[in-house]
Design a protein around this ligand. Structure first.
Ligand SMILES: CC(C)(COP(=O)(O)OP(=O)(O)OC[C@H]1O[C@@H](n2cnc3c(N)ncnc32)[C@H](O)[C@@H]1OP(=O)(O)O)[C@@H](O)C(=O)NCCC(=O)NCCS
Length: 308
């Protein structure tokens, strides 16, 4: 199922929006294919030219043994690790990035250690919707800052309706929104799935479910709406994929503090120390634009509120 503004992308190496070359590696990386992977990763990261391509990124599922042993011999590649998420299979989803000098971030704030989780209930007058009766114009208003076009929003809603008819474990997109007391859509988010190969799982794959397009109308911000949506969406995805190994994660725009919203909803920034002793920053540098400017995005994974 293809979505016009896809956040996860597809397997393989593709040129993508905002001057990026992006490689979702097609094989799980193990002792068997590590040399091939290192070659492909270095080759991809070297593709920036400072003009057409200003960011190269590689995302791969890497076995724990390779992560612990072989990557440490690759000092150069270790320096390019931007983010790492432990997977339920024991493997690591690892992001490597290389940006042109013109595309470097300034500073990123530290995620507050303690994010207060306020009352979980939705303010009175507001109601959740899972996409049944969405006005495409209203959703377009919310998502236009992520470069959606009106037709793309209409197509997305059509795909969502088709997807809902599938077996829960086969679903690949989800939506959650909030209407205000006038029945107007004022906050929305979607989740998008990409199956990546796993060398551990017996099905040979792991479902990566990315929560994305976090948006609340400016006059409705600060009421906990996106937090509520993220919790609701996480419960739906978990129910649907209860039999499928999966990771729920989000790449959160740190300028709008959506990482704080995600933390309130039960997401965490994974704490990973590399073999060379460095702490992974979990920062996807100047990855895509929001409201016309390139932003840094923090990788957050969902563990559930009880564990956060
Ligand atoms: C990021 C964005 C989606 C946040 O929307 P939101 O609905 O205001 O977010 P939250 O649900 O987290 O609520 C935020 C505030 O409400 C407060 N709040 C009030 N009642 C609350 C409740 N019951 N539960 C949780 N938070 C509550 C929170 O404390 C928080 O305030 P703080 O940041 O000063 O601590 C919104 O700012 C936005 O659309 N930004 C532009 C688009 C963008 O950058 N999106 C991110 C792309 S990854």
């Amino acid at each position: 199922m293809s979505i016009e503004v896809s956040s996860t992308g597809a397997l393989g190496r593709h040129e993508r929006s905002y001057g990026r070359i992006y490689y979702n590696y097609e094989q799980a990386v193990t002792g068997q294919n590590i040399d091939e992977f290192l070659h492909d990763a270095k080759d991809t990261l070297a593709m920036i030219d400072g003009q057409e391509i200003t960011r190269a990124a590689v995302r791969a599922v890497i076995s724990s043994k390779v992560f612990d042993d072989s990557l440490s011999e690759e000092g150069h590649l270790l320096d390019h690790i931007e983010a790492v998420a432990p997977l339920p299979t024991g493997e690591y989803l690892t992001y490597f990035g290389n940006n042109s000098d013109s595309r470097k971030s300034s500073t990123m704030d530290n995620l507050q250690k303690k994010i207060m989780i306020k009352n979980n209930s939705l303010l009175s007058g507001y109601s959740l919707t899972n996409g049944g009766e969405i006005n495409p114009e209203k959703l377009y208003e919310l998502w236009r800052s992520f470069e959606w076009r009106k037709q793309g929003v209409r197509d997305f809603l059509g795909s969502l309706a088709t997807d809902k008819a599938r077996n829960p474990e086969d679903r690949s997109i989800w939506f959650s929104g909030i209407n205000n007391s006038d029945g107007e859509l004022v906050s929305a988010m979607m989740a998008e799935r990409l199956d990546m190969p796993s060398s551990v799982d017996i099905m040979g794959r792991i479902a990566l479910v990315e929560f994305t397009e976090f948006a609340t109308a400016p006059h409705e911000r600060g009421k906990g709406l996106i937090t509520h949506i993220a919790r609701n969406l996480a419960n739906s995805v978990r129910d649907d994929l209860s039999e499928v190994p999966h990771l729920i994660f989000a790449e959160c725009n740190t300028d709008s503090k959506s990482d704080h919203s995600a933390a309130r909803a039960g997401f965490n920034m994974p704490k990973i120390i590399l073999p060379n002793g460095k702490i992974v920053r979990q920062n996807l540098e100047q990855n895509v634009a929001v409201d016309g400017a390139l932003r840094d995005f923090r990788l957050m994974t969902y563990l559930g509120e009880s564990q956060s």
